[in-house]
Design a protein around this ligand. Structure first.
Ligand code: C5P
Length: 237
């Protein structure tokens, strides 16, 4: 029987008959600034489910495994059950967002190489930026795990930069989450979508990501549709 295991800001997670597999439902809700800004946007769940599924499949073709198994409806996908490592791994190629704000670097300035940052997954604390010493002190991950997360994040960055470049889109930055499966193997998890990436059109610099919602720049669904169309459009399940 389908039992809800968890409800987050943008997704619900349900059990399935297989204890090793869970169902993720993408919701139509949009939130920003740690939940302070909220809206219901019809179609957002479907778009993120389709975009994430498509990106996880493309990563798989490049030898990068994730929790993703298959998309089963417009808003749902089956994934391997993992226990999430309580860190958000952010990779940045071009200065933007909190990096620009914190360090006074102009948005849009290319970085000399990709920067990997770790944030503690903790809503009450507002997901603070943490150093390796903080991660070790909090026992959020081991030294070996931190190095695996960094290597995987950089590898995924290389692949995603190329994908998006072929679509006429610059990958500015993005956030990843990882989990451990039953065998203790570290797998890419959660989602990769315009909710978790900054994506700028190469010709116009138009923002095609959640900054459209965060900064009131226009229609979020139009921006996300643009990304989905360039990825190959709607696929029936
Ligand atoms: O806000 P900041 O500049 O640190 O975000 C960096 C990247 O990580 C952006 O692409 C943003 O969408 C993503 N992010 C996320 N979830 C968070 C924080 C950041 O998807 N909780």
């Amino acid at each position: 029987m389908k039992e809800m295991l968890y409800e987050g800001k943008a997704k619900r997670i349900y059990s399935t008959e297989d204890p090793q597999i869970v169902l993720i439902e993408y919701k139509d809700s949009a939130t920003a600034f740690n939940g302070q800004k909220k809206a219901d946007i019809t179609g957002k769940g479907r778009l993120n489910n389709e975009i994430t599924s498509s990106l996880f499949l493309k990563l798989k073709e490049q030898g990068i495994d994730s929790h993703f198994i298959k998309r089963v409806s417009e808003t749902e996908q089956l994934v391997k059950k993992v226990s999430i490592i309580p860190l958000e791994v952010v990779v940045r190629n071009i200065a933007a967002g909190s990096f620009s704000k914190r360090l006074g670097v102009e948005e849009g300035r290319p970085l000399s190489g990709p920067i990997v940052e770790f944030y503690l997954k903790n809503d009450d604390l507002g997901d603070p930026l943490v150093t390796k010493s903080h991660i070790l002190e909090l026992k959020a991950a081991t030294t070996e795990e931190i190095s695996i997360l960094r290597d995987k994040a950089l590898q995924i960055n290389e692949v995603l930069i190329n994908f998006f470049d072929n679509l006429g889109v610059n990958l500015i930055d993005f956030k990843l989450e990882f989990g451990k499966d039953q065998d203790g193997q570290i797998l890419l998890a959660d989602e990769i979508s315009p909710d978790t990436c900054r994506l700028w059109d190469q010709k116009t610099n138009e923002k095609l990501d959640k900054d459209v919602f965060r900064r009131d720049l226009g229609s979020l669904t139009e921006a996300y549709e643009t990304i989905l169309k360039r990825l190959g459009g709607h696929q029936h399940v």
